[in-house]
Write a protein that binds this ligand. Structure first.
Ligand code: MRU
Length: 337
């Protein structure tokens, strides 16, 4: 069970309580709501973020939509579903969770307590993800050959998933097993999930770390300061091509050049079994404002044209292994079961 002094979200007193991740690490502010629209907005604004966590939040949002309107109504359900599905396109966990909610909804009869039933499904999604995180952490120990320096990108901890997260859960478990020397954290432009969130989580867990600009990774590798790279993923195709935070592909190319193992850690809810390769992954493009402003501070002219993909796709041949709750899968990948 999670024993952190912070939590990404919890369901209590018929409300979803979530930490506003856009204010971290300087302000630890929790928001409580029973409004599914507010949760959709939080996902869109990245107050709630990270692939598995988005799915969990969306499931609770669907349940809450029926708290005050506890009747079967297809049109209303579709409206709620579509509102949540439209928040962010890349993380497949969102659609995986919504699909589970939809399947449960379709089986309900008009006499059922829809709110309670959808809540049960949401809690199940949450606890399944918690178990996956635990098992990913244990499986991840198998990739360590010695006490290592790890480089990571974006945020994959308790703020991004259930339990202690994905790549972060491995780092934490390995640290507890005396297998981690130091963690190098990419700041992760443009929204700084590394600097703001991973640094916050490493500090809370007492794990030694250094933050660097994304463009410093090559130098760290050249100076033999990185033994392995572990990141998360937002969607994995059947051939292992993996979408993750923009800049992940750069790291995989650098690892290939410097002969450093590059691992992806993700629950099976991140594997999209409907797509063969990464070519089919929808990449989210975000506002140029996220490049032109740092927080509220403007640093570039609004007339500048910007290229702002939130994710990139790392081709599977650059990935040494994909760590899921089922084990460590080496290239070439075969997730078809
Ligand atoms: O845009 P974000 O912050 O939601 O992006 C998150 C990531 O890219 C994470 O690396 C990914 O979701 C893995 S979460 C355990």
């Amino acid at each position: 069970m999670k024993t952190n002094s912070y939590f990404p979200l919890k369901f209590e007193n018929d409300n979803l309580i979530f930490i506003n991740q856009t204010q971290l690490p300087l302000v630890e502010n929790y928001i409580s709501t029973d409004d599914y629209n507010r949760i959709a907005e939080a996902i869109k604004r990245l107050e709630i973020r990270g692939a598995p966590l988005i799915g969990i939040a969306a499931a609770f949002a669907c349940a809450l939509a029926f708290k005050k309107r506890n009747i079967k109504d297809e049109e209303y359900f579709n409206k709620v579903y579509n509102r949540l599905a439209a928040t962010r396109p890349t993380a497949v966990n969102l659609f995986y969770a919504l699909k589970q909610i939809e399947e449960a909804y379709l089986q309900l009869s008009s006499s059922d307590d829809i709110y309670q039933k959808l809540l049960e499904v949401s809690f199940k999604i949450f606890s399944d993800e918690e178990k996956y995180s635990d098992r990913i952490a244990k499986n991840g120990l198998n990739i360590f050959r010695k006490k290592s320096n790890i480089l990571t990108h974006c945020n994959t901890g308790a703020l991004a998933a259930a339990g202690f997260g994905t790549a972060f859960a491995i780092i934490k478990k390995a640290f507890e097993n005396n297998l981690v020397n130091h963690v190098y954290v990419d700041e992760t432009r443009p929204l700084f999930q590394g600097l703001r969130l991973t640094a916050f989580e490493l500090e809370k867990n007492g794990i030694p770390f250094t933050v660097q600009t994304d463009s410093s990774a090559a130098v760290l590798m050249k100076e033999n300061k990185v033994d392995l790279v572990i990141t998360g993923a937002d969607r994995i195709a059947l051939n292992g091509d993996s979408a993750n935070k923009i800049g992940t592909y750069n790291l995989a190319v650098l690892c290939n050049y410097h002969n450093i193992p590059f691992y992806i850690a993700a629950p099976s809810s991140t594997i999209d079994r409907s797509i063969a390769t990464g070519e089919e992954i929808a990449i989210e493009y975000r506002s140029s404002r996220e490049i032109l402003f740092v927080g509220k501070h403007q640093i570039g002219k609004e007339t500048y044209q910007c290229f702002c993909p939130a994710f990139d796709v790392t081709p599977s041949h650059l990935i040494t292994g994909i760590i899921t709750e089922e084990g460590v899968f080496p290239f070439p990948y075969n997730f078809i079961r």
